[in-house]
Design a protein around this ligand. Structure first.
Ligand SMILES: [Zn+2]
Length: 173
């Protein structure tokens, strides 16, 4: 058995890959692996989840990691919102943004969306000078989430002289 990594996924999250003797591979979250090493025990996958204190999931220093009870609320928080493509109301350029940000502005009846502060600024200056009419307020868009499927698996990790068997969450991708 070997542990490879940590590797960075495209979304910035770090993982380690555990290769069993029979060649089967398992992927687990690097911060979780670190915490379990530190605690010397397994996290209960039904009750415990790893939380990044500063909300930056790329910051896997041990001081930034803590165990949180796994409940519906924390599950909501850890879901990643899919970015949605918009066309800038000013320059028509296509850009991606979290629908949450756009939605907040739409609720305030703001015009847009704009790809940048520059475009928003150009719009509001022309509006102030009454060179243009007010644009329609932007549409309210619901969030879509990536589906992260957790599978329970038995994992073995080896770190120098430490060997731990534990039940872990595996991202099935
Ligand atoms: Zn623009």
């Amino acid at each position: 058995m070997k542990v490879h990594g940590p590797y960075k996924r495209q979304d910035g999250r770090q993982i380690v890959i555990v290769v069993e003797d029979d060649g089967s591979k398992r992927t687990i979250s690097y911060p979780k692996w670190l915490l379990e090493l530190q605690l010397g025990r397994r996290l209960d996958p039904d009750l415990e989840t790893v939380d990044h204190i500063d909300s930056n999931f790329e910051n896997n220093s041990l001081e930034n990691l803590r165990i949180m009870p796994r409940n519906e609320h924390s599950r909501e928080d850890t879901r990643r919102v899919k970015h949605v493509k918009f066309n800038c109301a000013w320059c028509q350029k296509e850009f991606e943004r979290s629908p949450r940000l756009i939605r907040d502005k739409a609720r305030k009846n703001k015009a847009g969306p704009f790809c940048s502060r520059t475009c928003a600024g150009k719009y509001s200056r022309k509006l102030q000078l009454k060179l243009i009419d007010k644009f329609d307020s932007q549409p309210v868009i619901d969030s879509e989430y990536y589906k992260k499927k957790y599978v329970k698996a038995f994992c073995t990790i080896i770190s120098s002289d430490l060997l731990i068997d534990f039940l872990c969450d595996v991202w099935d991708e």
